[in-house]
Write a protein that binds this ligand. Structure first.
Ligand code: SF4
Ligand code: SF4
Length: 171
């Protein structure tokens, strides 16, 4: 019943009893429509993403470790910004991978650009953490990089090197 109603509500160029567009679509007869509902199966309607501050303290890192210890939760870095991703299917996504709330869909859905989506476009994710082990590896790499950079900077500044200059012996 919900689906039938939404098909009518979401009419936008299709015959009234034809397929409805996903809200992210802009051209009803485009290849994108087929990709979204059949190939991709509406991937972008099956999670939420929240921007988070970059972790700085041990407590921040521990919080992220706790998040990614949970099934369906991940954290990623894209263009040097941090995001929490929770995989959870939208209540309004039908079994046919169509939107049952087209008219009242949130702005996030309206503004989504399907021509540059995660399925058809290039993802700019630099790092992705799905488990505590993923995140621990990242922390370990970070620690090693920090040590190396400290060592290099000490070398550059000559710290720790024995001075070659001789002090004049008292006569
Ligand atoms: S991720 Fe891309 S292809 Fe998949 S439903 Fe969203 S816009 Fe369509
Ligand atoms: S309301 Fe739900 S099903 Fe509709 S476009 Fe947004 S996320 Fe997808």
């Amino acid at each position: 019943m919900v689906l039938k109603m939404s098909i009518n509500l979401c009419y936008n160029g299709w015959p009234m009893n034809g397929p409805m567009r996903l809200p992210v679509l802009t051209a009803p007869l485009s290849r994108q429509g087929i990709i979204c509902s059949q190939e991709c199966k509406a991937r972008c309607c099956q999670y939420i993403i929240v921007k988070i501050p970059a972790p700085r303290t041990k407590a921040d890192h521990e919080e992220i470790r706790w998040w990614v210890a949970h099934e369906g939760v991940s954290v990623h870095i894209a263009q040097r910004k941090w995001y929490l991703q929770i995989f959870t299917r939208c209540h309004y996504l039908t079994v046919d991978n169509l939107c049952a709330a087209y008219e009242k869909r949130p702005d996030v859905c309206r503004d989504y650009d399907p021509s540059d989506c995660e399925y058809t476009g290039e993802l700019d994710i630099e790092r992705e953490f799905h488990t505590m082990e993923d995140y621990d590896r990242y922390l370990e790499e970070k620690r090693r990089r920090r040590l190396t950079s400290r060592r290099n900077s000490r070398r550059r500044n000559g710290v720790g090197r024995r001075s070659r200059r001789r002090t004049a012996m008292p006569s």
